[in-house]
Design a protein around this ligand. Structure first.
Ligand code: NAD
Length: 353
């Protein structure tokens, strides 16, 4: 089988509409733009720059990530499809203004069918370069008429997810005195700590960055937990807000909490296996791609003419959607992850018919 046909077979298995391979000798740009599904609207998703071991890994990543974006947009009720782009290379060595502008020109050739944004290895400055070549870019600075840093809105959505999970489990969404551990107190985690401490939850924090820990602990009165002891720690709510793939068979076995709800993307090492494991342990889990969709809601609002109040109002809806999904998971005896995926897929299918 030729490589071209293998790519088509991969597109078929992930159910993609379009994959665009971009190359430019002058700037050294090698990029792949994947458009998964545009049934609900233009495909929106960030650009990731990563030093992939090989092109197959880059293709696999962009297909998986863009598919995830379709479901995130769908579950959040947005008129957006799913897309993502990857630039192959080391962002610290190979990224230049010219490379980013050339990438912007490629994005422009898609006439808005794909809209880009910031992701791993990208900065707001890079989006400014992309913006010089195409208007199909979001997450640009407030000074340029954009929506700026999406993290506070993402954190608000996670906070809504935590409250909805508490309502579902304890019939009370009041978090006063609840022991909540936020692992990863970066952009999203720190804002989440703020919301939780304002509600007088007992907030615990862990991170690999001691300086951040000391700052956040003194600002919000949070208690530091050693990052190696998170899975030995007795808590009501565990909020993973660092990197993906944090939950696996071994640490779910140890996990001592009633609710998992955090901002990190792709929290499970294996979504099907690990979400089932949590369910079997009786731990309520709010799907990550739903509760962390505040950032996407924020950039969606930028497309319509940015209004922070409206973006927050729409993000607040994560509360009701989380409750619906947890209820569906209980009634149908399926994991909350499967319940969320079903709803997301159904919305896309309904629009097609
Ligand atoms: P960030 O880089 O600002 O913060 C990540 C924090 O996690 C840092 O403080 C880092 O020191 C810490 N960390 C890294 N590895 C760790 C480990 N092994 N154990 C404990 N702490 C560790 O990132 P962010 O923007 O806050 O994003 C956090 C997560 O949320 C990511 O998974 C991201 O994909 C996801 N997310 C973010 C947004 C957003 O709006 N920023 C939106 C959706 C999803």
């Amino acid at each position: 089988m030729s490589n071209a046909i293998k790519v088509l077979a991969k597109m078929d298995s992930f159910e993609h509409e379009q994959v665009v391979f971009c190359q430019d000798k002058e700037t050294g740009l090698k990029a792949i733009i994947a458009i998964h599904d545009t049934t609900l609207g233009p495909a929106l998703g960030g650009t990731r720059m990563w030093n992939y071991d090989n092109e197959e890994d880059a293709l696999e990543d962009v297909l998986r990530l863009s598919r995830g974006m379709s479901f995130k947009a769908s579950i959040s009720g947005l008129d957006l499809g799913g897309g993502k782009a990857v630039i192959i290379g080391d962002a610290s060595k190979h990224k230049t203004e010219n490379l980013m502008r050339r990438f912007g020109k490629f994005v422009d050739t898609l006439s808005g069918n794909y809209i880009t944004a910031e992701d791993v290895g990208m900065s707001t400055k890079d989006m400014e370069y992309v913006r010089m070549e195409t208007k199909h870019v979001t997450g640009i600075p407030v000074s340029m008429g954009g929506s700026g840093d999406p993290s506070p809105v993402t954190a608000y959505g996670v906070y809504m997810g935590i409250k909805a999970s508490s309502k579902f489990l304890w019939d009370d969404d009041n978090l006063i005195g609840k022991k909540v551990l936020v692992q990863g107190i970066g952009h999203v985690g720190e804002y989440l700590v703020k919301y939780l401490s304002e509600e007088k939850a007992k907030v615990y924090i862990s991170d690999i960055n001691q300086e951040k820990l000391d700052n956040v602990a003194s600002m919000y009165g949070a208690t530091i937990v050693n990052n190696d002891s998170v899975f030995d720690f007795d808590m009501d709510i565990y909020a993973p807000c660092a990197l993906g793939g944090i939950l696996n068979t071994a640490n779910i076995d140890k996990l001592k909490c009633s609710i998992v709800c955090g901002g990190a993307n792709n929290q499970f090492e294996d979504e099907i296996r690990d979400s089932l494991h949590l369910k079997e342990k009786g731990i309520v889990c709010a799907p990550d791609f739903l509760v962390n969709s505040g950032g996407l809601i924020n950039v969606y609002s930028e497309l319509k003419g940015y209004d922070r109040t409206k973006a927050l109002e729409q993000t607040k809806e994560i509360y009701n959607t989380t409750l619906d999904i947890l209820e569906k998971s209980k009634v149908e005896g399926i994991t909350s992850y499967s319940a969320a995926l079903k709803i997301a897929k159904n919305r896309i299918e309904a629009k097609k018919s």
